[in-house]
Ligand binder design. Structure first.
Ligand code: IPD
Ligand code: CA
Length: 328
């Protein structure tokens, strides 16, 4: 990608973002350790869409630091956006920080370790810097365009190399770890998103001869409760496939930056009419995501071909999801 920001400037922003993510993550941990009773939260859209004072305070800390250092950059943060009236995709070509101060709020309120702060810089609709810090796990994932993707600034992603990065399994999604999220749309309506998700998870998990031969027989199904960490673990190579609908740009921007820099693929969750056609890059604001881990070549395919084959095999087994938004 041609980025209008010179590399030296991107490198400086990257250093700033890592420092800021550490400060924000430390505040998350401080708040978690301070609690001596159940974490107080407010419900937003429904009883599983939560916000705590910590989400608000961490977003304020991040927003102030960014506006102070980079006043010309735009800022979209989950909690600032939630207070606005628009539900449109508000990111344009300009450098824009897309921030989730706390991804995995439900996990945070239960002291379940999969929560993090997630910061990303988007330029011309492409996340070029991503930093995710999960303080309870002491894991910091980061990437900058052309600088690689990293765990704790020292281990290059993906982690899996034996001795080189393996291709996707020949019968993927068989032998894959699938990550997916139950999400916040819990409506009990026939053909609703929850029903379609569960149907899709089942098909992907079932034995091969199930459902007219569509059983995916994945090795395992995982649900971490943080979309951005799902993507980070896909960049790591611990997750092979992530399929999800319903989250928003701040839930995925940093994870997408890191996964792309590590060599992963991200496209739409919903199977297109012609699944054999070209595989398009994901639209950040689409709320529909299918991610595949970095992959090397096999004897007969390039790494990219093994990823695209996996995308098509997943599309054959999943239902269309409906997470519309104005202007989409
Ligand atoms: C949520 C998490 C969850 C995903 C939801 C997100 P939040 O973010 O990423 O895994 O399923 O769609 O909204 O509310 O914890 O920041
Ligand atoms: Ca959040």
């Amino acid at each position: 990608m041609d980025c209008p920001i010179p590399q030296s400037e991107l490198d400086e922003i990257y250093t700033f973002a890592i420092d800021l993510a550490r400060k924000a993550g430390n505040l998350l941990l401080e708040r978690l350790n301070e609690r001596n009773s159940e974490q107080v939260y407010t419900e937003k859209e429904n009883a599983v869409d939560l916000v705590t004072q910590t989400d608000e305070d961490v977003e304020t800390l991040i927003k102030k630091a960014i506006q102070n250092k980079y006043p010309a950059h735009n800022f979209i943060g989950e909690e600032t956006y939630a207070k606005g009236s628009s539900r449109e995709y508000l990111i344009d070509e300009k450098p824009t920080w897309c921030v989730d101060p706390l991804d995995g709020t439900v996990n945070f309120t239960h002291a379940f370790p999969m929560f993090c702060v997630s910061l990303s810089l988007i330029v011309s609709h492409r996340p070029v810097i991503g930093v995710i810090y999960a303080p309870m796990l002491s894991q910091l994932f980061s990437s900058c365009l052309n600088r690689g993707a990293w765990l704790n600034e020292s281990v290059r992603l993906p982690l899996i190399r034996n001795p080189s990065i393996p291709p996707m399994p020949a019968n993927a999604p068989g032998k894959c770890i699938l990550a997916c999220e139950w999400g916040k749309d819990r409506r009990d309506v026939p053909g609703g998103n929850l029903e379609r998700k569960i149907e899709s998870f089942s098909t992907l998990a079932m034995e091969r001869n199930a459902r007219g031969g569509l059983g995916g027989m994945v090795h395992g199904v995982r649900s971490l409760g943080s979309a951005t960490l799902d993507l980070a673990y896909t960049a790591l190579g611990s997750v092979d496939v992530w399929w999800e609908g319903g989250c928003w740009e701040w839930d995925v921007a940093a994870g997408i930056a890191i996964l792309l820099e590590a060599g992963g693929l991200v496209t739409t969750a919903n199977p297109p009419e012609d699944i054999e056609g070209p595989i398009e890059d994901v639209r950040l604001g689409s709320r529909l995501y299918l991610a595949i881990r970095p992959a090397g070549p096999s004897a007969t395919e390039t790494g990219r071909q093994t990823q695209e084959r996996t995308v098509r095999e997943v599309w054959k087994r999943v239902k269309q999801l409906d997470y519309s938004r104005p202007g989409a």
